[in-house]
Design a protein around this ligand. Structure first.
Ligand SMILES: NC(=O)c1ccc[n+]([C@@H]2O[C@H](COP(=O)([O-])OP(=O)(O)OC[C@H]3O[C@@H](n4cnc5c(N)ncnc54)[C@H](OP(=O)(O)O)[C@@H]3O)[C@@H](O)[C@H]2O)c1
Length: 361
């Protein structure tokens, strides 16, 4: 069956074996068949987290959300999209949704479980992929949606869910017996969100960052202490330490193991800002050691119910949002070429930690 119409869409492909190689190509806009909807990608954010999706694209199956030609991948982004055509009852053209979107002009979805909160993409290729990434939240049915805070939602909602679930997991597990929580890539949005939630609970929260981001990270005030990667020897091996590893840097981990010895009571990998897929890829095979927010979400849905979890998250977000507005400069750009440029900037690690890129497409 011919599924093409006018060739006025586009895809941004990234080479799977070299994330600094990209290709922006025209693409036909898919025809919408029974049971499908077409969304136009409207506004998205791009942070180190999206680069991690690519770095772990094979081991964590992130490449499978938006299929691409062999050797290439379409990086997942978070943001808003508008339904431009629908052949599904209850999904109206013109409706606006927040969710997991491709680096592309359009997303063809096959909604299942349509209700006033939105829909899930039940496309066959997503059947065995983690479900939180398949939810498309309708702005009119989303209690946490605030029209004047769309940019914050674009940038922080998935990151702060991870900050929230990580902090919750640490508290739920009695800090894994540690006195101190140590967070690497401390200037990252996800790490400082977790520090914000962990601070002031009778444990020390220490950030590790690069020299160039030391002043920024200290200025946040959410860490009790901030050290550069060169200064880890200042950490005392006398008290137990939990290492929440956002950097995924194997040599830093080895230095910490050597310096802290038995004081390093737990090491959990949360991210790989350094784009070294090795340790996280290995951990993916065995499970323990890698923090995956949806796992703790499932546990809390069992404990508190979905409404209880959402209420606690909303409370945390309402405390964090007015604070984080002062920590980020939203940098706007427009169009697919700008998206490609922002990808190169973020992927190469040149972005200042105060910057939050939002791209209108
Ligand atoms: N497990 C999960 O479910 C989950 C969910 C969300 C996010 N995360 C992870 O959390 C991490 C942070 O994501 P984010 O979006 O919050 O990041 P972000 O705000 O864009 O973080 C930027 C910071 O990351 C470090 N960084 C960025 N690029 C780098 C590079 N090329 N090499 C070395 N360091 C680099 C730098 O921190 P320093 O100078 O402080 O080192 C930089 O200031 C990512 O690895 C992400 O995947 C995990």
């Amino acid at each position: 069956m011919d599924t093409t119409a006018t060739p006025s869409g586009w895809n941004l492909f990234v080479a799977r074996d070299d994330l600094s190689t990209t290709k922006l190509v025209d693409a036909p806009i898919p025809e919408v068949r029974d049971g499908e909807v077409l969304l136009r990608v409207d506004r998205v954010g791009l942070t180190a987290n999206n680069v991690t999706y690519a770095a772990l694209g094979d081991s964590f199956r992130y490449w499978e959300f938006f299929p691409a030609p062999a050797g290439w991948g379409i990086v997942p982004l978070w943001g808003f999209a508008e339904v431009v055509a629908s052949r599904v009852d209850g999904v109206e053209p013109g409706s606006r949704h927040y969710g997991y979107l491709p680096c592309a002009s359009h997303l063809l979805a096959r909604p299942g479980r349509v209700d006033e909160r939105g829909f899930r993409d039940a496309s066959p290729h997503r059947k065995t992929l983690p479900t939180p990434y398949s939810a498309y939240a309708l702005t009119t049915g989303d209690l946490a949606y605030e029209a004047d805070r769309e940019n914050l939602q674009i940038l922080y909602r998935p990151l702060f869910w991870t900050s929230f679930m990580l902090a919750d997991w640490i508290v739920d597990n009695a800090w894994l017996g540690a006195r101190t929580a140590l967070l690497s890539s401390a200037s990252s949005k996800t790490a400082y969100g977790a520090a914000f939630l962990l601070q002031g609970q009778g444990h020390e929260v220490v950030g590790l960052t690069s020299r160039r981001n030391l002043a920024f990270t200290e200025s946040l005030g959410c860490y009790d202490r901030v050290l550069t990667y060169e200064d880890v020897s200042q950490l005392s091996p006398a008290a137990p330490i939990l290492y929440a590893d956002f950097a995924g840097d194997e040599s830093l981990s080895a230095t910490l193991r050597t310096h802290l010895g038995d004081a390093l009571v737990h090491h959990v990998v949360v991210g790989v800002t350094t784009q070294q897929p090795g340790p996280a890829g290995k951990l993916a095979d065995t499970g323990p050691g890698m923090f995956f927010a949806p796992d703790q979400m499932r546990k809390r849905i069992d404990d508190w119910g979905r409404a209880g979890l959402d209420r606690r998250f909303a409370d945390a977000w309402q405390r964090f949002a007015p604070v984080v507005e002062g920590w980020v400069d939203v940098v706007h750009s427009n169009g697919p070429q700008a998206l490609e440029q922002v990808w190169h900037e973020v992927q190469s690690g040149r972005t200042a930690p105060r910057t939050g890129h939002v791209i209108a497409l």
